[in-house]
Design a protein around this ligand. Sequence first.
Ligand SMILES: Nc1ncnc2c1ncn2[C@@H]1O[C@H](COP(=O)(O)OP(=O)(O)OP(=O)(O)O)[C@@H](O)[C@H]1O
Length: 788
Amino acid sequence: MSKSKKRRHEGGGGEVVRVGNKTISLEGYLTKRPRKAPPEDSQGPSDLDLAPEPHRPSEEEHDDSSHTPAPGKSQGDPQYLKTRQALPLWAHQDRIRSILRQHDVLVLVGETGSGKSTQVPQFLYQEQWCQRRKTRIRNAAGVDEEISVGGMIAITQPRRVAATTLAHRVAREAGTPLHGDKTGNGGQGPSAKGLVGYSVRFDHRVPRGTKIKFLTEGMLLQELLRDPHLRQYSAIVVDEIHERSVDVDLLSGFLKQITTGDKAGRGGIPLKVIIMSATANVESIRTFFSATEGAQDAPTQGDQQATPRPSSSSSVEFLQIEGRQFPVELIHTPKPIPDIQEALLRTIFEIHTQEPLQDKHGRKDILAFLTGQEEIEAARRLIDEHAAILSPNVPKIKVLPLFGQLSIEAQHEAFQPLKGSSFTRKIVLATNIAETSVTVPGVRYVVDCGKAKVKQFRPRLGLESLLASPISKSSAIQRAGRAGREGPGRCYRLYTEETYEGLQATDLPEILRNDVLGAVLTMKARGIDDVFAFPLMDPPKVESVENALVYLHVLGALGDDAAITDTGRKMVQFPVTAPYARVLLAAADPKYDCLLDVIDIISCITAGDDIFLHIQSEEVREEAEAYRSELFRREGDLLTYLTTMQRYAAENADRIKWCSLRKINTRNMKQALNIRKQLRGLCVKLGMMEQPPPPDPQPFSPTSPEQATAILKCFLTGFCVRTAILAPDSSYQTSQGRNVIAIHPSSVLHGGQKKEAIMFLENVYTTKSYAKKVSAIQASWIIEALGQ
Ligand SMILES: Nc1ncnc2c1ncn2[C@@H]1O[C@H](COP(=O)(O)OP(=O)(O)OP(=O)(O)O)[C@@H](O)[C@H]1O
């Protein structure tokens, strides 16, 4: 059977790629063409998005003088002033302001907890250059037009949890707490004014008059598609650049283009860029942002003073600020640890039983870094078991998990101070999600296992692996930094000092180890024809880019000439990955006509970790499975998600009890409903649905086999390369690359009768290659999908 096949032919007709029965020329991708500037004032794709429209202040809000105190006058909420003044950055605010009056780009390095993320935007928002200004531009039709530029500062974060917790903190410090602030200080209504806001996927709070906006790197990239000159901003602060996600690398490229370009699109008003980190490779960043390559003024480590250094470009400046707020004592193990889990438990209980619960600085809670969700869940069970047999005079323990797949609400629980009894210690078990940017209130001890699970894409196999590997020195420093944010802290490293010294200085940038599908689509949507010529700090492997181009062509996002198609333009407007966006578009096609069903399924998948809780006890599992049997569908996980969402939405009595009986994650179901509402709204806005569907609860009616087939075929439009065929030896072999892949135990198809072919939405390599989110399909459907 003809599956997704890639063959390169050199010479003659140039390089071509065969995908199914299609031949794609790689010429357009590989030949460097003269770079066309994106059309002036092009809004990229249309102005629609799941995220709210870019905040465009009203004229009343423009008048900055009406609600912004004169420079230097506003110090925010007085109750936070003393704490803020104690931060190392505080003493350098004048210097930071002064540098940015003269330069457009500042690379700011300061130790973890020195106050970069919370203070820098507050130092700057009252600056003259930060006020919204009227200017003139020549629009695409060649006509002069008056526009307003600036007025807001964006601060990007690699993760949602950092963006939201920082926004809440800064809003409180500024004296305009965000609505719904759990400290009880908030209280303004939805139309209230405020200084600080945030925007993360599926959650946006940008009060009227916002001057400081925290957002994820991905959200700013989406805004860039609509507003290529970032006209609503006066400055962009790129925080924690050392994490080097694909998104931040892409963002840096776009920012470099704006800062080194002619600024005509901003009516001549410069955009200031502040790059921040505690552990970044400053020199490569500075070189990258300099208009002239090769800035050589390396920062001297160990300076006691903040020292601005001239760089080879007059507009890129560097400032290193020494000093941290509180010291963190580092404790390494004397020799290598054979059993990390045992050492982790021992260390946690030693701290818990020997160290006081609080001191004059406040609580003394524990934050432990583990590799992943499974390890966190296993450790949590063991800690709870041990805690149950502690003597009554030892404080109690409250364990809180913190990993990326948790719902945002569950993640925020780890950041809440413990309620009620003070005779309890909080123990947060986290992945590297808590490594940078965040302050977990109460934490004064960090236990670092020294490893993290790193996602690695293998372009040749088209598979992803997720393996635990040693962290970098930069990560180890960041992890330790979490202990010294509210008082002196201690970090227990479960590895030797020698091991630490042998760690890589920094992690490999994600762009060099991950799939670049989204990045390539974003570049194409932003008018970058020659993706190979786009400025990137580390260009990805040619093979990864080619794979992405081919996959995007298969998805219909790029035409044969490698230019973005209408389909591709529509796809970038969805806040989901390209294959899911493709499925959504197909679902609205009368051929499949299953948009509401597809939205239900995608909402369940993107709500967080699996909506079905993982059950340990045999007895509980049997009980839950009796209830779950009404949800399980023989077609596989996608139809099971659909049935679950539809039965949940039809439930009229007690949804919490409904979830509890079936051992379904209530929070994730609530989040799925929220995503469903937003996706439905977006589809109405995009004209894919005539009117919003009737409100819940609607009576449940089971999906017919014909409808199930339409849904699965619709998913194949996005995932035809993620399929596998049953081989004569009863193994499944991927249609791309012919690799053996097994159905993951979390799938409803695990252990069941073998199917002729399967489609999987995710795959992961742990002990072996596993397919997740699996559905039974027919082999002929794959050919059909590839033929389209
Ligand atoms: N949510 C919060 N709750 C309590 N204190 C906080 C919170 N956020 C910040 N702080 C306080 O403000 C200090 C400065 O935090 P900030 O995030 O600005 O530092 P940073 O230099 O950006 O650190 P990092 O590089 O680790 O992100 C922290 O050390 C902590 O004392």
